[in-house]
Design a protein. Structure first.
Length: 719
């Protein structure tokens, strides 16, 4: 399939396969660590890698980098791939950057912002202008915020206060989840003296000219990738004061860091989600927070069960009524409304349907839009505030509707987008009077999007459960069992993988590859029970479903084991690690990114013991949980002499959510025990964390290496 690029390739190029039949891996030091769980001795010879200050680790990483670079040089078409990836990003993402939606938003906003790159090896600086001004002015020069010359500082959020012409800019250093905030006067462009540190997770809220924010206790130096955040506190900051002078409004009663409180602003009110004790029983509470510089009071309006399978989320506010998205007594989700002036005065607004509720948005005055997913399709249903259905908007399988939201009551129209696995967002304009819509832009991409399609299928997993999957490929794909295929999965925390556009995976499709995305159990594709069936003691169902996707693709002649690769990030990295250790013969290659692979020690570090993770995986302090965790923990299921797929691990060196030692220990065990006929390598992204803060240079390097590995392993041609 030809790409509509501005350059031409004179000949067909194929990534070279590895000439050598075995790999000589660097020797890794071993210690004699043994952990004991319920009289079960578990050797952990690479436990020393958990100490990022151990000098042996720097030496080991240097030797692994040398190995990775050596393999990198063998990808003979690296520069061709890099050039095509660059063209894909520049002619799709860059060209669609100034979309109709962003233009429309800029007309409403008092201030407009844009990022400007000064170096491919640094994150972008921030520019701003007032509505009506022609030229942008520089607001943030990131160079001024570096801790040292190697610091990869990036902007992670903006908190705009249009009424008082102020903005808080949130920064992260080297990809850390820890944040700091500086403040700027938008009338003068000057930076104020205020600086807030040790923020994490929930950002800040403006209260006129002052702000409300939360902090956690910072780990000691050298333990940033080990200790979990705890000691959550809520503060009130008066602009112009030092942070040390701020008033503490509220302290999390859970000093262990297992549970945290959440806060956010909707309209003119601040809402709080927290744990509350009634007659010795802990429940969850939604409250209105009444906040002044020196006082804090919570008024509960809803108490509901403290169960890990129940969520209640505040979506919209209308006078004294909040609209809640919940799966409480409704597996697929429904919308409730609650009076915030009374306790537990709740009624049903929109009932549960046979489609899963994804989003609830305000849609101008007197309307609400609910997004649903059903059998591979995404649809939007628009209601009035009496709960009457006004209009349904749906698109074909494999399309995602996004952005159907309008906060202004006096708006006459709003915008929404439709995207897919093979094209970026195409924006539409929706009239808020008659609810008709029309395209607001022409889709411009450097390839023939009409030549691709997404198929929605179901396959049978190990226990007979039907699992849904998207398969995206060229319309003329031949089912001859010889198509290079990539399976991407996640499968945790009730998260559904909806259709998403990615330039690099689209390039894969345009060269004849297939992208398969199963919505395995543990995710939320089929409601609450679907999520619970892949959680804790049932985590093996998630892995079985993922393996079942591979078996289906092979049995239906989409591909073969020699042409099949798997990929996942974070929880998806765990699924990939478990799948490749349980069924190594099924895959040619595996790419696991930022995953937890030592499930016996996962809860000991950073956020591993947070309530969300304990509910998802269990705890080694429980006998059944321990046996279950050990049964699928990738690190503990590597067997001597087995020929595993060729493996590429990708990890951020400063990941303080899933510490990078998970990847280090997993790799060391693979290189020690796995057959030397297979390649086991790691790509460490320096100066980054769990999933962000990549400058253009680092992003390009990472994505090029990832897809060069993938193209090479599956013998995919570039033409």
């Amino acid at each position: 399939m030809k790409l509509f690029f501005s350059f031409a390739l004179m000949s067909c190029v194929v990534f070279s396969n590895y000439a050598q039949k075995t790999f000589n891996y660097p020797e890794t030091p071993k210690d004699t660590f043994v952990d004991v769980y319920f009289n079960d001795n578990v050797e952990d010879p690479y436990q020393w890698m958990e100490n990022s200050n151990d000098p042996r680790l720097a030496e080991w990483l240097a030797s692994q980098k040398k190995l990775t670079n050596k393999q990198h040089k063998k990808y003979v078409s690296m520069w061709t791939l890099r050039s095509q990836l660059s063209t894909m990003y520049n002619k799709t993402k860059a060209k669609n950057k100034k979309t109709y939606q962003k233009k429309a938003d800029s007309l409403k906003s008092k201030y407009q912002f844009k990022y400007v790159r000064t170096s491919s090896k640094r994150a972008s600086d921030l520019m701003f202008r007032r509505r009506g001004d022609k030229n942008y002015k520089k607001l943030v020069n990131l160079k001024d915020f570096r801790l040292d010359k190697d610091d990869n500082v990036s902007i992670t959020n903006r908190y705009i206060n249009e009424e008082y012409n102020l903005v808080g800019i949130e920064f992260s250093h080297n990809g850390s989840d820890w944040r700091e905030v500086y403040f700027f006067d938008l009338l003068t462009g000057e930076r104020l003296s205020d600086k807030l540190e040790n923020l994490r997770g929930y950002g800040l809220i403006w209260d006129k000219r002052d702000v409300i924010y939360n902090t956690f206790e910072r780990p000691e130096k050298g333990r940033e990738l080990l200790d979990k955040p705890k000691g959550q506190k809520l503060f009130y900051h008066i602009l112009g004061n030092k942070q040390s002078e701020d008033t503490m409004l509220y302290q999390n009663p859970d000093v262990t860091g297992t549970n945290s409180f959440h806060y956010f602003k909707l309209g003119d009110k601040v809402f709080f989600k927290h744990y509350y004790t009634v007659r010795g029983q802990t429940v969850k509470a939604l409250s209105v927070a009444f906040i002044k510089p020196n006082s804090f009071y919570l008024s509960n309006f809803l108490l509901y069960p403290n169960a890990d399978n129940i969520y209640v989320e505040i979506e919209e506010l209308h006078e004294d009524t909040v609209y809640l998205k919940t799966n409480w007594q409704a597996e697929n989700g429904r919308v409730l409304k609650a009076d915030i002036t009374q306790l537990n005065k709740v009624s049903e607004f929109i009932p549960e349907y046979d489609s899963r509720l994804i989003e609830v948005n305000k849609l101008g005055k007197g309307k609400m839009a609910c997004m649903y997913a059903n059998e591979g399709k995404n649809l939007a249903m628009i209601f009035d505030l009496e709960g009457q259905l006004l209009r349904t908007i749906d698109f074909p399988e494999g399309k995602k509707i996004h952005g159907l939201y309008e906060k202004e009551d006096n708006a006459t129209h709003t915008n929404f987008s439709v995207s897919s696995f093979f094209h970026p967002e195409l924006w539409y304009q929706l009239s808020l009077s008659d609810l008709t819509f029309k395209p607001a832009q022409v889709l411009t991409v450097p390839y023939d999007a009409e030549s691709l399609e997404t198929r929605y299928v179901k396959y049978t997993s190990k226990d007979g459960t039907e699992v849904p999957m998207y398969i995206t490929c060229a319309k003329d794909t031949k089912l001859d069992g010889n198509n290079p295929t990539l399976i991407y999965g996640y499968g945790g925390y009730g998260t559904t993988v909806r259709p998403f556009f990615d330039e690099s995976s689209t390039l894969w499709l345009l060269h004849g590859g297939i992208l398969a995305v199963p919505n395995v159990r543990g995710g939320g594709a089929n409601g609450t029970d679907w999520s619970l069936d892949g959680r804790r003691l049932k985590k093996q169902n998630t892995i079985d479903d993922f393996i079942g996707a591979a078996e289906f693709l092979i049995s239906e002649n989409y591909t073969s084991s020699e042409k099949l690769a798997i990929n996942g990030t974070s929880h998806g990295g765990l699924v990939v690690g478990a799948a490749l250790t349980q069924r190594p013969e099924l895959f040619k290659a595996a790419i696991a990114e930022s995953g937890p692979y030592d499930m016996l020690r996962f809860e000991q570090f950073t956020v591993g013991s947070a309530n969300t993770n304990v509910n998802e995986f269990g705890t080694v302090t429980d006998t059944l949980d321990y046996v279950n965790l050990k049964s699928y923990s990738p690190l503990h299921n590597i067997k001597k002499g087995v020929k595993y797929p060729n493996v590429l691990l990708i990890v951020g060196e400063n990941d303080d959510r899933v510490p990078p030692f998970h990847s280090y220990k997993f790799l060391a065990n693979l290189q020690e025990k796995g057959s030397e006929e297979s390649l086991y390598e790691i790509y460490v992204v320096e100066g980054t964390g769990h999933g962000g803060a990549l400058n253009d240079h680092d992003f390009t390097q990472k994505i090029t290496h990832k897809y060069a590995f993938l193209f090479s392993q599956l013998g995919l041609k570039i033409e």
